[in-house]
Design a protein around this ligand. Sequence first.
Ligand SMILES: C[S@@+](CC[C@H](N)C(=O)[O-])C[C@H]1O[C@@H](n2cnc3c(N)ncnc32)[C@H](O)[C@@H]1O
Length: 357
Amino acid sequence: MSGYFDLIPLEPFGYSKAGLPSFPYLEPSQVLLLEALEEHTFGTVTDLSARGGAVALTLASKGAKVVVSDSSAAALSCLAQTGLPIGIFDNADCVIAILNGERGNARVQQIMLEAWRCTKAGGVAFLAGDKDKGFDRYIKEAGKLFGETEIIARGKGYRVARLEKTNLETPNPLEPMRFEMTARGQTLKAVAYAGTFASGKLDAASSLLLEHLPSGAGRKVLDIGAGYGVLSGFLALEGATVTLLEDDALSVQSSVDTLAANGLTGTVLHSDVDSALGLKEKFDLIVMNPPFHVGRDMRLDVALEFIAAAQRHAAKTCEVYLVANHFLPYEAPMSKLGRLETVVNAKGFKVLKVQVA
Ligand SMILES: C[S@@+](CC[C@H](N)C(=O)[O-])C[C@H]1O[C@@H](n2cnc3c(N)ncnc32)[C@H](O)[C@@H]1O
């Protein structure tokens, strides 16, 4: 049986791993991109949604000079294994990206702007996505940005569009959201870049967790899947020393900026669960609101690894707090860490606590 961090080789190229959409298979958007690009030849290519490298390696095998990028730390661990250079050609002949809508419209807009920025004048972008996740609407917008659009492949509800950069008018950049929230008798200034979880508001589950967490004063806190840093932010305002782990690069930047906006310090790591955290690092308060979707599927493998990571990083005496939708089955894995208590079950959510001692 493979472990959470194992890379699964894909045929003929690339990898998948837990935490990537469609794991352990290739994403349907990538399958269609491979079909659509078969007849093309390229000079320089930037793949902005490279995932486990399948499309990028295929193009490299045909002689293209390819660099890869992805916002997910899990994807970057696959890409590191491919040997492909990680980065962005700013003036690429060709740019590839997936617009899957799962992090919302603002994230898609951000990816389209980045695709436009790094495509050279007269160059082409190939954008893939799911019709049921707003692709036709996104491509209309991308068409206005680039100038010319054509759908070149269709299959099983997925699409690939070819866009030529004929419009050279620089679009306005997307600014992060800045907002304030009050909890625990304090006000936190938050900064959230496009597509960060619950941008612009305090999520209902996170709010319930904040109502029940102990004071952060004097505590060494680990926040797994930190988003824009709301849980750590409030605990740091009370005097906690905070370490934040987050898979998504723009969410990492959001957490960094949230702490800075409040004059707080902390360690923010771009990390697939705890992959970026030294094994010897231990904490006496661990908090999490784990994701239970990967791509379009409900999947608990990431959440279960959050709980396993809590066990790896619990100090001899430690409290682990988790908030989740009431129906998610976290009691059994949580109780492996120590004495389990349901702190509250309300408004469709539950807060579970384990006392490790
Ligand atoms: C439900 S959100 C909670 C965010 C934040 N803690 C809050 O309460 O607002 C879950 C977070 O886990 C992050 N995440 C998803 N997969 C992850 C992984 N493999 N490693 C680390 N973080 C991950 C998501 O990007 C998201 O920010």
